[in-house]
Design a protein around this ligand. Structure first.
Ligand SMILES: NC(=O)c1ccc[n+]([C@@H]2O[C@H](COP(=O)([O-])OP(=O)(O)OC[C@H]3O[C@@H](n4cnc5c(N)ncnc54)[C@H](O)[C@@H]3O)[C@@H](O)[C@H]2O)c1
Length: 363
């Protein structure tokens, strides 16, 4: 922390998501962007001009700044663990864009570096901070939905062929780590497991159905078993033209919720003494509005995942949590362990699709 009390951030990778980190940080009272870096000089210079900070063409150069306290790693996914390890070894803290990296082995190596250095690591999963997600999480953890019975995540988006053609790393196993599951649906998979509890087993199919020149899936379906006994389903695609919503549903024997594009669309928790009808269908009394009013949000904007333009706001709360974690010397809410969980499910899905059998999800 500097004399003005602001945490001084650097941003590594000034492509699509790097500028969102810059915007999120500059929207916080106690943080500022002091440096950016990208191997493409124009990318770095352009972002530096906007935030009136220094720019560099390598992480190494940027880390030489002694006043830097934390770095946001916004490079292609397969570089995250190595980049984050270099930041930690330079004695700084790190915010890593999702996924932590593309393999569990890389994540575990990073965890060793984190333990050795003692730096703080936050892994971005910004939708855990959405009011709708927080409301449903509170309901399930306080038992308002009773015993959880099923949950689902559906990501029905569209990415054009030009999207996959636009960046050399997209759609590659080495740098993207997979397709729609690890790049797009990881947010919804993370929310599903955060709300439903740990997933223990998965059976899945994947397909490449509407794109070419990529190594990975653009469509996947999976069925899951959760530790508590509940069952789950994932449908994820970037091949649903023209692109629809991302939806999470959670059901228990005393309540249900549906979040669609980050908005709480349906919520019902049985009150004291409320008995269900013999036959229930159609949802009944939707309590979503009153639940969101408790969170001071009457309806929220369009889905951030569907519209990358609205991402910065969602990142702000997570970066605020990271800053507080550094100041209070506690773990960030989403640390390496938490960031590893959706990745372990995704690794299980790829393995199940490859061998055609159910697989246990690695802890
Ligand atoms: N949280 C979210 O909602 C969200 C949204 C988009 C992307 N992401 C994640 O952010 C990461 C980056 O995605 P993107 O869409 O911004 O990609 P991008 O290709 O647009 O940007 C990556 C940038 O990293 C730079 N780069 C590559 N190698 C570098 C190096 N060695 N040193 C410095 N800079 C280097 C590239 O020049 C490029 O500008 C990915 O891991 C992706 O999964 C997260």
């Amino acid at each position: 922390m500097t004399t003005n009390g602001k945490m001084r951030f650097g941003i590594l990778g000034c492509g699509v998501i790097g500028p969102h980190h810059a915007r999120a940080i500059s929207g916080l009272d106690d943080a500022e962007v002091v440096a950016v870096a990208d191997v493409v000089p124009e990318q770095a210079r352009e972002l530096a001009e906007e935030y009136e900070c220094s720019w560099h063409t390598s992480l190494e150069d940027m880390l030489a700044r002694t006043d830097l306290e934390a770095v946001c790693v916004c490079t292609p996914s397969g570089m995250h663990a190595d980049d984050a390890a270099a930041v930690l070894e330079a004695g700084k803290h790190v915010v890593i864009e999702k996924p932590v990296d593309v393999t569990l082995e890389a994540v575990d190596r990073l965890r060793d570096v984190q333990r050795a250095t003692g730096g703080k690591v936050a892994v971005v999963s910004q939708h855990r901070f959405d009011p709708a997600t927080l409301a449903v999480h509170e309901a399930v953890t306080s038992g308002d939905f009773g015993r959880l019975t099923s949950g689902s995540a559906e990501v029905r988006w569209w990415r054009s062929q030009s999207y996959y053609d636009s960046g050399g790393w997209r759609g590659t196993w080495a740098m993207d780590g997979g397709g729609v599951l690890i790049n797009q649906a990881i947010h919804s998979i993370d929310l599903l497991q955060w709300l439903m509890g740990p997933a223990v087993e998965v059976t899945a199919y994947t397909g490449l159905l509407a794109h070419e020149r990529i190594e990975v899936e653009d469509t996947a379906v999976a069925v899951l078993k959760f530790e508590g006994g509940a069952l789950g389903a994932i449908v994820a695609t970037t091949a649903a033209f023209p692109g629809l919503t991302a939806r999470i549903a959670v059901h228990g024997d005393r309540g249900s919720a549906i979040i669609d594009d980050d908005e709480l669309k349906y919520f019902h928790a049985a009150g004291e003494g409320q008995e269900g009808d013999v036959y229930g269908a159609g949802g009944g009394d939707n309590q979503a509005e009153e639940v969101m009013e408790r969170y001071g949000v009457a309806g929220s904007g369009p889905g951030a995942g569907a519209d990358p333009g609205s991402l910065s706001m969602s990142h702000r709360d997570q970066i605020q949590d990271f800053i507080e974690a550094v100041r209070e010397d506690r773990e960030p809410s989403i640390n390496i362990e938490e960031g590893r969980k959706p990745l372990a499910i995704i690794a299980g899905i790829y393995e199940s699709a490859r061998i055609g059998k159910a697989v246990r999800i690695e802890k």
